[in-house]
Design a protein around this ligand. Structure first.
Ligand SMILES: [Zn+2]
Length: 549
């Protein structure tokens, strides 16, 4: 540091402050001044149209203050306080500027951009106003804090006063949670991106995630079986084709095929399908269930991070000579489809079915027949549907609004439960249409060994015991979130050439199966020999007639 700067800093006043007051000052500064964008977002999006929403506004202020207060109760400790807080102060000043002036949201993608940005691009952000902002809201407070003498109380008194802070905060948060948690949850669900504006939390979590993901990505890919083989097809045989429809958030309880009193499966119930009534999911959210379905590991020892870098069912089938096509209408495939051809239905922008950022699942049906007609080799087509994903009312077109009144908002907690269930049932009715239509398209190829399989990734709570949505920890998740629909249709050629005794399969419809069975059942059905195949988990094995390969 230049000598004149050192002398100038030395001449600055060095105030004294008691530790508990410093905690209050830091809480106010970080919680409000350095979080201007967060509060701007709240001001714009929170419609205070009554007492409850006004209470929610107060609750947001209280929670924010309490959380920062707790953080500083832990950070304002004699030897480390300044070393710990000053870097956060400086970084938060910069992120505050970026969010306020450039409308940036701080998330792992943004952090990735920062790390991958070259010097030229980075210097573009250094503007006079940016420098002034940083000097006033970052450098000056940091120098002031560095010059401040913090007066600590004796250890026991200090500890007691901090515990008092934490205790009072706990009472405040719990009190407000009891009153306005419902409003908060609805608001938070609709505006989940607001978390990316909570300064400090946003960049700490994003940098942590970026580092973890970069580390994960460097792990070498694990090949479990490099030589899976397709058993020789029948002489003069036709391609084996499976259309595997991955459901989203469909629960078995609302399928009339399962026994639901409403007719939510008017079309599928007329098809020659096998519906398995006792299927459980691997997880309670897509992030776990989806990779787990395609993994050779069982739910008990399944690990999402391992799955990302491990050969899965799609890789195995591709290696054995199957053509794979993953069609995506649910955002992403959670890294399952990273190494096989994929098609994102939203980017196709089919005007018949697609809106700004989502498409009705019927988008899959357009062109499916042409795709099947072009098939010359054994093929697996995966349709990753949007199904019954939250915002149920946006999942089906008007003509499927059969159960009314519906809840036509994302804030389903404001709707009567009956309307929520009606809306959800309409999504199931639409799924019934999608799956049965896929079956009817498949029927046009009687010479193919062709089948359609449908399974949902996890279920959904619709207000039972006041629980909504999904993603509860598996051990405490209610059956509504883990009991999923699972069904199968096969062409006569598939039954005959695969030597599948369909009646035998029908005898298994009450048997307990889980996502763990799918990996092995598909290897069996698609006649792929692999060291990973566990015959006892193949649903079809005992229903294969003599002479089958
Ligand atoms: Zn899901």
């Amino acid at each position: 540091m230049p000598a004149f700067l050192k002398r100038s800093i030395a001449r600055l006043p060095s105030p004294t402050i008691k530790s508990q007051w410093l905690i209050v000052v830091l809480t106010l500064y970080f919680g409000f001044v350095l979080n201007l964008s967060y509060w701007r977002f709240i001001a714009v999006h929170l419609e205070i149209d009554g007492g409850w929403m006004a209470l929610l506004a107060v609750w947001l202020v209280v929670v924010n203050g309490v959380l920062f207060g707790w953080s500083f109760c832990l950070a304002v400790i004699k030897p480390i306080a300044k070393w710990l807080i000053i870097p956060f102060l400086l970084i938060s000043s910069v992120t505050n500027y970026l969010m306020w002036n450039l409308g940036v949201f701080i998330n792992p993608d943004m952090i990735r951009n920062v790390f991958q940005t070259n010097v030229h691009e980075a210097t573009g952000f250094i503007t006079p106003s940016g420098c002034l902002w940083f000097f006033v809201s970052g450098i000056m407070p940091a120098v002031l804090l560095a010059r401040t003498r913090i007066q600590y109380q004796p250890f026991t008194r200090e500890l007691l006063s901090r515990l008092l802070y934490i205790g009072v905060g706990l009472i405040l948060v719990a009190g407000f949670a009891a009153i306005s948690y419902k409003e908060y949850r609805a608001f938070a669900r609709e505006h989940s991106e607001k978390r990316q504006l909570v300064n400090t939390l946003n960049y700490v979590s994003s940098i942590t995630r970026y580092i973890l993901e970069s580390w994960e990505a460097r792990r070498p890919f694990v090949w479990l079986d490099r030589n899976p083989t397709r058993l020789a097809p029948h002489p003069g045989g036709h391609p084996t084709v499976l259309i595997f429809i991955l459901g989203e958030t469909a629960r078995a309880a609302n399928f009339s095929l399962q026994g639901y009193e409403r007719n939510t499966n008017p079309r599928l119930s007329k098809e020659d399908i096998v519906y398995f009534k006792n299927m459980t999911s691997c997880g309670t959210d897509t992030g776990v269930s989806l990779p787990c379905i395609f993994s050779n590991r069982d739910r008990q020892d399944f690990n999402v991070n391992d799955a990302k870098v491990t050969q899965n069912l799609l890789d195995l089938l591709a290696t054995s000579g199957h053509a794979i096509l993953w069609q995506e209408n649910d955002g992403h495939c959670n890294d399952v489809c990273n190494r096989v051809p994929t098609e994102d239905m939203v980017t196709t922008g089919n005007p018949k079915y697609c809106h700004d950022w989502y498409c009705y699942d019927a988008v899959f049906l357009d062109g499916l027949e042409d795709k099947l007609r072009a098939i010359r080799q054994d093929t697996l087509i995966v349709l990753h549907t949007m199904g019954s994903h939250e915002s149920y009312y946006q999942r089906y077109p008007e003509e499927f609004k059969k159960f009314t009144p519906t809840c036509d908002t994302a804030d389903i907690m404001y709707c009567p439960r009956e309307a929520v269930v009606n809306t959800y049932d309409n999504t199931i009715l639409y799924t019934d249409y999608i799956v049965s239509s896929a079956i009817n398209i498949a029927k046009k190829f009687p010479n193919f060994e062709i089948g359609v399989m449908y399974v949902s990734d996890h279920g959904e709570s619709l207000g039972e015991h006041n629980v909504y949505f999904h993603a509860l920890p598996y051990t405490i998740a209610p059956a509504e979130q883990t009991h999923v629909p699972f069904l199968l249709w096969m062409s006569e050629t598939m039954k005959r050439d695969g030597r599948i005794d369909y009646d035998c399969l029908r005898g298994k419809t009450d048997q307990a199966f889980s996502h763990d069975n799918i990996f092995h059942s598909l290897l069996g059905l698609l006649k792929v020999q692999s060291s990973l195949y566990q015959p006892e988990k193949d649903i079809f094995r005992t229903c294969r007639m003599k002479g089958a390969e």
